[in-house]
Design a protein around this ligand. Structure first.
Ligand code: AMP
Length: 391
């Protein structure tokens, strides 16, 4: 009898599914992917079923062919996830997915575990927007409660005079799901906690990551972030409380703002996350490997740092010349095999170096080789600080 390898079914066939498939292979685990698009990039590495989330006949066949289901995309309808759970284990749970799909329920969850958030108000009419701006003040950000990602579905209000424009931009999405107005936080920095929880409740986190966004899209991630030990401990404790409250299984990211020495919860991603891509080369076990282990009920791998790391995200198109990047030591190149188009995540590069001083030098060489000095610039103070502290 031939040996049957475990199969993880992944809803969504983007780069996250692709990197999950790459991490699963050495463990003798196969992945199988469902996506609405025939050229979903995970399909280059794993069998791809092209189907809509509501195509239950196709999902029935999919469920019958996999051992467990997980997600590369958090906006899979919670009803689809629940339907699948009647047939096959689904991790993270449809409940965890549902909470993270709605910015208001996510914020209520944060508050319930003692994590403050930026001041916010639910908005579903123009009058409620006026009232929310009057109470919260400006600057503020109006966001769709659901389906927003990478800064999409957001409008920044500089003052009360922008209310008309904000309503024009997002008012049509106020029903049925609603909007949320958030105070704009002039944060010191953005951090994320990458965490994993196994089926048996074992919980681990990777070293804290500092992130820089450009126009709402992640541009750079640096780990380990230089953070006061009390703040780092608080971030981990908060992520643990969140995971336990949701009885979470798998990897998730908790995005935080550091502001006036406090941590504020921005959002959680119930899946492997862009700010954890550095763990592929920078940590003993990557977020992808540990997600595979967690959803299959295998022991978790070590989340300890292997090397201080910096990840550059490539948005829209890969920078050129690629050969210049490949010729530099410590550069790990990831091309997702996608067509280039505006605002699309098409690849990333991670520098994983022996120490902070070398990381700073290599980051400058890579940015220069690819004409990406402007992308790197916001991270230079943090990289210099780590170089000095020996991080
Ligand atoms: P989000 O999709 O909510 O994570 O927003 C994308 C990015 O926009 C965040 O990572 C921040 O850089 C910025 N942002 C979102 N909400 C706020 C806020 N309330 N105050 C300041 N910046 C924000």
């Amino acid at each position: 009898m031939s040996r049957r390898l475990p199969v993880i079914g992944i809803l969504g066939g983007g780069q996250l599914a692709r990197m999950l498939a790459l991490a699963a292979a050495p463990l003798g685990v196969r992945c199988s992917v469902v996506d609405g698009s025939a050229d979903a990039c995970a399909g280059q590495l794993a069998p791809l079923r092209v189907a809509d989330w509501r195509d239950l006949a196709s999902l029935e066949q999919f469920a019958a062919a996999v051992d467990v289901v997980t997600f590369d995309f958090e906006n899979v309808p919670a009803a689809t996830a629940e339907w699948l759970r009647q047939r096959v284990p689904v991790y993270p749970s449809p409940e965890a997915l549902a909470v993270a799909q709605d910015r208001i329920s996510e914020k209520m969850l944060f508050c319930s575990i003692g994590l403050d958030t930026p001041d916010f108000a639910a908005v579903s009419t123009r009058a409620e927007l006026d009232a929310a701006v009057a109470r919260i003040g400006a600057p503020a950000i109006l966001k769709t409660r659901r389906l927003g990602y990478d800064g999409k579905g957001q409008f920044r209000l500089r003052g009360a005079a922008d209310v008309d424009a904000a309503w024009q931009a997002l008012g049509a999405q106020a029903t049925p799901h609603g909007l949320v107005l958030e105070a704009f936080v002039p944060f010191t920095r953005e951090l994320s906690v990458l965490a994993v929880r196994g089926r048996d409740g074992e919980f681990r986190t990777w070293p804290l990551t500092q992130n820089w966004h450009h126009q709402g899209i992640l541009a750079l991630s640096h780990a380990p972030a230089e953070v006061a030990p009390e703040l780092a401990a608080l971030a981990v404790q908060t992520a643990r409380a969140l995971a336990e409250k949701l009885d979470y299984v798998g990897v998730f990211a908790l995005e935080l703002f550091e502001h006036q020495g406090r941590l504020l919860g921005n959002e959680m991603a119930p899946r492997v996350h862009n700010s954890g891509h550095w763990t592929i080369e920078g940590a003993v076990a990557s977020q992808f490997e540990n997600h595979v282990r967690a959803v299959l009920g295998l022991p978790l791998g070590a989340t300890t740092l292997r090397a201080p790391s910096l990840m550059f995200n490539w948005i829209g198109a890969l920078p050129e010349p690629v050969a210049a990047a490949l010729s530099l030591d410590d550069v790990h190149w990831h091309d997702y095999g996608k067509e280039a188009w505006a605002d699309r995540k098409v690849g990333h590069a991670t520098l994983a170096c022996a120490d902070g001083e070398r990381l700073l030098a290599r980051a400058q060489s890579l940015a220069q080789a690819l004409g990406r000095e402007t992308q790197l610039a916001p991270a230079l103070p943090a990289l210099r600080a780590s170089a000095v502290s020996g991080g």
